[in-house]
Ligand binder design. Structure first.
Ligand SMILES: NC(=O)c1ccc[n+]([C@@H]2O[C@H](COP(=O)([O-])OP(=O)(O)OC[C@H]3O[C@@H](n4cnc5c(N)ncnc54)[C@H](OP(=O)(O)O)[C@@H]3O)[C@@H](O)[C@H]2O)c1
Length: 299
C-alpha cells in the first residue's frame, strides 16, 4: 500500500515506482530487490518484522510507517537486533518514519534544539484533524466507540490512542544523550456532542469523537519531554484549531515554535516517506532513526 507516497514519487522523473501493492502481491514486492521498499500496513513492529526481513533479505532498503519501527529497541530488542544485523550484512538500511513519529515529535524537536546551548526540557503539542483516517485506524486509535467500549479497549490494548510518542522521545533522547527513567502516559476520550460524519465513519452523539493523550518522559527525576496530542474528527467544531507547537526550555529561557495550520496527517506523512527515499539509500547500513539522518527534503 502507501498509495499517497506512490503518487508523490510517480511525479519524480528519476524514480520508477512499481507499486502500490496490496496483500496479494506480498512476495512479489518484498522479493523484488527494489532499491527501496515502503511498508505502510500497520503500527506494530511484530506485524511488520517478517515483511521487513524478506525485503532486506532480498537486498532492498526499507522505509516503514509502523510507528513502533521509529525506535524498535524500545519495543522488542530481539527483533531490532536481528533485523539490524541482517541489514548490515546486506548493506542496506531500515527506517521507521512518517509525520508522527518521524517529524513533529522528533526531527523537528532536534532541529529546534539546534538554537540553544542546552536543552533542559521540551514540550510538544499537536491538535490533529482525524477525519481523513480510514476505519481501521480510527477504531484502533479510539474513535467511534461508546465510553464503555473505549475504556474496555484501553484495558485490552485494542484502543491505543495515537502510537509513537515513546519512540519519538527515545529518538530525541538518543541523539542528545539523555537517559529516560520512565514514561508516564494518559489517554482520555472526548465524546461527541453532535453527530459527525467522516469519509470512513459516522460518529453518533455520545460516542468518542476523539481523545486527549499526554506522555511525559522523566529524566533525573524531572519531566524532560512532554507530548500532548488532541485528536478529533472535527477539531474546529470542538473549538480547537489544528496546530503543532514545540516549546524548548534552555538556560536562556523558553522558545516556542508554532506550525499553523498544523501539518496534515495524511499528506505530510506521505511527503516525509517520499522525501526519505534518497536519505535511506544514502544511510549507513543497519536500522537507522530520523535522529541520525539528514532532514527529509523534496528533490
Ligand atoms: N509514522 C507516521 O507518522 C505514520 C503515518 C501514516 C501512517 N502510519 C501508520 O501506518 C499504518 C498504515 O497507515 P494507513 O493510514 O495507510 O492505514 P490504513 O488506511 O489502515 O491502510 C492500511 C492498508 O494496509 C493493508 N494491510 C494491513 N496489513 C497488511 C499486511 N500484513 N500486508 C499487506 N497489506 C496490509 C490494509 O489492507 P486491509 O484493508 O486488507 O486490511 C490497508 O489497505 C497505520 O498503522 C498508521 O498508523 C504512521
Amino acid at each position: 500500500v502507501a498509495t499517497n507516497t506512490a503518487a508523490i514519487l510517480s511525479d519524480r522523473a528519476h524514480v520508477t515506482v512499481l507499486g502500490p501493492f496490496g496483500r496479494d502481491a506480498r512476495d512479489q514486492v518484498l522479493r523484488s530487490g527494489a532499491d527501496v521498499v515502503v511498508i505502510a500496513t500497520t503500527s506494530f513492529l511484530a506485524q511488520v518484522a517478517d515483511d521487513i526481513h524478506d525485503a532486506v533479505d532480498a537486498g532492498s532498503n526499507v522505509i516503514t510507517t509502523a510507528e513502533e519501527a521509529a525506535y524498535p529497541w524500545g519495543n522488542d530488542v530481539g527483533i531490532a537486533r536481528q533485523l539490524d544485523a541482517l541489514a548490515r550484512s546486506r548493506g542496506v538500511s531500515i527506517l521507521g518514519t512518517g509525520l508522527n513519529p518521524g517529524f513533529v515529535f522528533d526531527a523537528m524537536v532536534l532541529t529546534a534544539a539546534g538554537v540553544v546551548e542546552r536543552l533542559d526540557s521540551v514540550s510538544v503539542e499537536r491538535v490533529v484533524d482525524l477525519s481523513g483516517f480510514g476505519e481501521a485506524v480510527l477504531s484502533r486509535i479510539g474513535v467511534g466507540h461508546s465510553p464503555e467500549a473505549f475504556a474496555d479497549g484501553v484495558r485490552r490494548g485494542t484502543v491505543t490512542g495515537h502510537i509513537g510518542f515513546p519512540q519519538s522521545m527515545r529518538v530525541v533522547a538518543g541523539r542528545l544523550g539523555v537517559e529516560i527513567e520512565r514514561i508516564e502516559r494518559d489517554l482520555e476520550p472526548i465524546l461527541a456532542v453532535q453527530e459527525h460524519a467522516t469519509k470512513a465513519l459516522r460518529v453518533k452523539a455520545g460516542e468518542t469523537a476523539g481523545f486527549r493523550q499526554r506522555y511525559v518522559a522523566l529524566s533525573r527525576g524531572q519531566a524532560w519531554f512532554e507530548a500532548s496530542f488532541l485528536g478529533h474528527v472535527a477539531p474546529v467544531a470542538f473549538g480547537e484549531e489544528p496546530r503543532d507547537a514545540i516549546t524548548i526550555a534552555s538556560p536562556s529561557g523558553e522558545l516556542r515554535f508554532t506550525v499553523s495550520p498544523g501539518t496534515n496527517p495524511q499528506r505530510a506523512s506521505a511527503a516525509v516517506v517520499a522525501n526519505s527515499v534518497r536519505r535511506v539509500i544514502a544511510a549507513l547500513p543497519g536500522w537507522v532513526t530520523v535522529g541520525e539522518l539528514p532532514p527529509a527534503t523534496p528533490e
